[in-house]
Ligand binder design. Sequence first.
Ligand SMILES: NC(=O)c1ccc[n+]([C@@H]2O[C@H](COP(=O)([O-])OP(=O)(O)OC[C@H]3O[C@@H](n4cnc5c(N)ncnc54)[C@H](O)[C@@H]3O)[C@@H](O)[C@H]2O)c1
Length: 422
Amino acid sequence: MSSKAIQNSIIADPKLAPEGHLKIDWVEAHMPVLNRVRKQFEAEQPFKGLKVTISLHLEAKTAYLAKVVQAGGAEVTITGSNPLSTQDDVCAALVEDGVTVYAKYNPEPEEYKALLIKALETKPDLIIDDGGDLVTILHSERTDLLENVRGGAEETTTGILRLKAMDKEGQLKFPMVAVNDAYCKYLFDNRYGTGQSVWDGINRTTNLVVAGKTVVVVGYGWCGKGVAMRAKGLGANVVVTEVDAIKAVEAVMDGFQVMPMLEAAKIGDFFITVTGNRDVIRGEHYDVMKDGAILSNAGHFDVEVNKPELAERSVSVRTVRRNIEEYHLKDGRKMYLLAEGRLVNLAAGDGHPAEIMDMTFALQALSLKYVNDRYKEIGKTVVNVPYELDEQVARFKLESLGVSIDALSDEQRAYLDSWQEH
Ligand SMILES: NC(=O)c1ccc[n+]([C@@H]2O[C@H](COP(=O)([O-])OP(=O)(O)OC[C@H]3O[C@@H](n4cnc5c(N)ncnc54)[C@H](O)[C@@H]3O)[C@@H](O)[C@H]2O)c1
């Protein structure tokens, strides 16, 4: 037990640690790929003497990633990446394990920001970010904390969009690896992880039937595809809204109805936004929605469902179940917003299954090692996860599943590489 972690950490309640340890043990048993990375790190100590600051949804899988980075020799500090996704028992357990934690469930907005800044005041050598909060602070109000940063890795679509915008303007001060854009991330985490965990969050929160209802999925990217696929499996009539013509054709071919949001708003029972964009459900949509419509978001920030415009139309708001707010509209209709419009799978659930985060977090850990090994040659830009690392994670996953695949023969490889052979 590190006294430094105990002294410095800011958490809700250290006494919750036993429950947190049980949660971390459970995910560890279901993350075989990350376990292999841990063994590799224990032997090689790639982060020996380095400080790593992590901002991720602070639940058990993330805690285990922090322990793996720590096993690689790093002094690890961690904070949340959303006020409602931090689990206090997990924080308490991590502190006992020697990780410095600055995070609490549902802090006030100013305190949430202050905790992120605290986590950076260690002046880290490496960072793991989710949605770009750490990078934004380091490039705006606290550039004084930049000096040691060699580089980092970004977890999600929204964060990568921001990084690419900074990169384009030549503003980025260190290299960042775009973990989200690796095959072993978005194909599984965004699609199957979000697909399953969003429904887990909605079902456990509402305890209502999905079969026979109309589910509107706003955005048919990797997350939207998963959410729509699982809605279909639950027996819903699925409607997709899009702004991208190619994704819209894909949704049609996958068997879903596609229409503008203003039309979908009239018929939906459940709405799930997964666009990474703002105001995709807004005033004009509330005006035509059915009484009892259930609104939720699984995109990174709580800007997809426009809350001020919902509040403007309401005479009162009350909490009717944990994570459900009832907006009583002036015309008598009621609308229900889950988890304050924050990511429903994390704020009202436990996030993605451990077996999915096994691949994502193995990529995170290996990307952090990659950027530490190569930060000088990469330069101050956004880079993809090297294909070899992506493939290594897939191979480890297959091995853990007991699945074998074929290998190309020399003749086949020559055939594929040639333009002359027929
Ligand atoms: N909840 C989670 O656990 C989780 C996991 C991974 C990613 N995310 C977040 O989810 C969001 C989506 O990620 P993704 O990987 O699916 O991104 P993506 O880029 O693959 O898909 C987003 C889709 O939304 C569409 N879109 C944009 N504006 C729209 C609008 N006004 N109406 C309808 N569609 C619109 C885009 O055309 C695109 O097809 C991001 O914010 C990402 O960070 C959340």
